[in-house]
Ligand binder design. Structure first.
Ligand SMILES: *[C@@H]1O[C@H](CO)[C@@H](O)[C@H](O)[C@H]1NC(C)=O
Length: 530
């Protein structure tokens, strides 16, 4: 071996040992970081103060309130009002249903042994929810007039503990003997990726950095190289940066966080929609094996290889077998939403179709149409129509809205109807809740989930949880049949009688769980609904 190459090897070994030691000594930063939820703090006070100053001006000039517009603004004092009882023509309820109001605070607290304790506990949980879900990116920031500062108002993002160049910083002012700007952050430090002659940089590598120069152009050149490095780890938050010069202050946010990791489904190349590769049919059964068998037989007529997932909480489960069938047996009586939850948790296709165990597929149950609208629009969930034995078809469309109600809780309003028709799909509309025959993106429905405490009749509760996270539609031309619902008592089998008894008994206990969920979990004080 040559002497030089020996030296080289020695050097490499040395560096290797140093890197190894470095790795052993510094597995990350050993400094402690306070990760208790924080809510604004000093920066919020500063911003609030500035907004007070801005809105406080022109106090001496009078104004006239426009009632019809002002009354539409949120007041933080919502109420739930039932429709007044008026004389009704027969069937008028079908056309224009009566709206009733329900006060959860009364209904739930009345039956509770310690109402004050529950109220306090709810307030505590809510306050901790607010601080956990707070993001500095939600703070109100107003850009002041005539500011010489140029900065990005949105769209700056950095991965946790990584470094970026802050784009768009600049100073536009009259030439003077010296030009100075400063930058201040809370969760990171500033530096410059390059230096520019005749610019002085103070505080580089710190949370507060000052740049100054006698030459405005040199300072602006230097501002193009300003970097921000996130130093406090958080998977998703934001830092509010203050950018200032003498007499002027501006604020902007840098989003800090990991990107969203996609969850893509590899459904294979397809020229036409391959339903078996794209969709799983999920259902929940209880005491209705005859109905379930009819459902499976009807599915197989049209979709012989689609996977069917069945959640079953019968006391004495019977085998349900066949190709492409997954039968999950649950503890007895776990209930409706627990079953839905279990069924959708096992789905591996891109979409899952929910159908009740007493539905029947027909030639009108075209799952391709549901896939098509989900593929071509931003909808996450699309409902169809259910045809009763009477021939009457329903889509069960609802809109849901929540009004702010201050300390007592918010108001939930449910109405029949929809928001608008979907362009390009004349039979489809956008709504907030649809019937219990729907197709949904699997990852989305898994995120929302079904509250397993809702054991008996429950449906709208899922759509209330989904409000604001699922984009929901409904198409009236995708139709499934409902096996006969109206039975004469002497025509019922023992199983049917037991099913009715189980489903409709203990409804007052179920009612109190619903009151509790609305009052405590969703923090509503009341609701109005048709
Ligand atoms: C459709 O998908 C299923 C399941 O992935 C697969 O077995 C079948 O071969 C596919 N059919 C076509 C026509 O691609």
């Amino acid at each position: 071996m040559h002497k030089t190459s020996k030296k080289c090897v020695g050097l490499i070994v040395c560096i290797g040992v140093l890197l190894f030691l470095h790795h052993v000594w510094c597995p990350g930063s050993s400094s402690e970081v306070d990760i208790r939820p924080r809510q604004g703090g000093t920066i919020k006070e500063l911003l609030d103060g500035k907004i007070r100053d801005i809105t406080g001006s022109y106090n001496d000039i009078t104004y006239h309130i426009k009632e019809d517009v002002a009354c539409r603004l949120a007041q933080n004092t919502c109420v739930c009002l039932a429709d007044k009882e008026t004389f009704k023509l027969p069937f008028s309820n079908l056309l224009n249903p009566h709206v009733w109001a329900n006060n959860f605070d009364v209904a739930f607290l009345e039956s509770h042994p310690d109402p004050e304790g529950v109220k306090r506990h709810r307030a505590q949980e809510y306050s901790s929810f607010q601080s956990r879900s707070f993001s500095p990116a939600d703070l109100l920031i107003v850009a002041e007039a005539n500011s010489p500062l140029q900065y990005p108002t949105q769209g700056v993002e950095v991965r946790p503990l990584k470094t970026i160049i802050i784009p768009g910083l600049g100073l536009k002012e009259e030439t003077k003997s010296s030009h100075t700007v400063s930058l201040t952050a809370k969760l990171g430090t500033f530096d410059v990726a390059a230096t520019v002659d005749s610019v002085s940089v103070k505080g580089d590598g710190e949370m507060h950095m000052i740049l100054s120069s006698p030459l405005l152009s040199a300072l602006n050149r230097q501002l193009q190289f300003v970097t921000y490095r996130n130093t406090v780890f958080h998977p998703k938050t934001a830092d509010t940066v203050e950018f200032a010069t003498k007499g002027h202050q501006s604020f902007f946010t840098i989003k800090v966080g990991h990107g969203t990791i996609p969850r893509l489904y590899n459904s294979g190349y397809q020229r036409e929609y391959n339903i078996s590769a794209l969709v799983t049919i999920a259902t929940k059964t209880f005491l209705r094996y005859d109905k379930l068998k009819d459902l499976i037989d009807s599915i197989r007529q049209y979709y012989p290889t689609v996977t069917i997932v069945i959640a079953d909480d019968n006391e004495h489960p019977q085998p349900v077998t066949g190709p492409h069938i997954e039968h999950y047996i649950m503890p007895f009586g776990k209930g409706w939403f627990a079953g839905r939850n279990l069924a959708v948790s096992q789905v591996t296709t891109k979409y899952v179709l929910w159908a009740d165990d007493d539905f029947i597929f027909t030639a009108n149950t075209k799952l391709e149409k549901m896939v098509d609208i989900l593929e071509k629009t931003t909808l996450d969930l699309v409902g169809g129509a259910v045809r009763e034995v009477t021939g009457y078809t329903t889509t069960y469309l609802h809109t849901i809205s929540v009004e702010e109600g201050g300390e007592e809780g918010d108001c939930l309003h449910i109405r029949n109807g929809y928001h608008h028709v979907v362009k390009g799909f004349p039979n489809c509309v956008v709504a907030d809740a649809v019937i219990n025959f729907f197709m949904v993106r699997t990852d989305k429905v898994q995120q929302v989930g079904f509250n397993p405490r809702l054991a008996r009749s429950a449906h709208l509760e899922f759509f209330i949880d989904a409000l604001g996270s699922l984009h929901i539609g409904s198409c009236s031309d995708i139709i499934i049949n409902h096996a006969s619902k109206i039975h004469l008592p002497w025509g019922q089998t023992d199983d049917q009688k037991a099913y009715k008894k189980f489903r409709y008994s203990s409804s007052s206990a179920n009612g109190n769980i619903i009151n509790e969920i609305f009052y405590f979990k969703n923090r509503f004080k009341c609701m109005t609904s048709p």
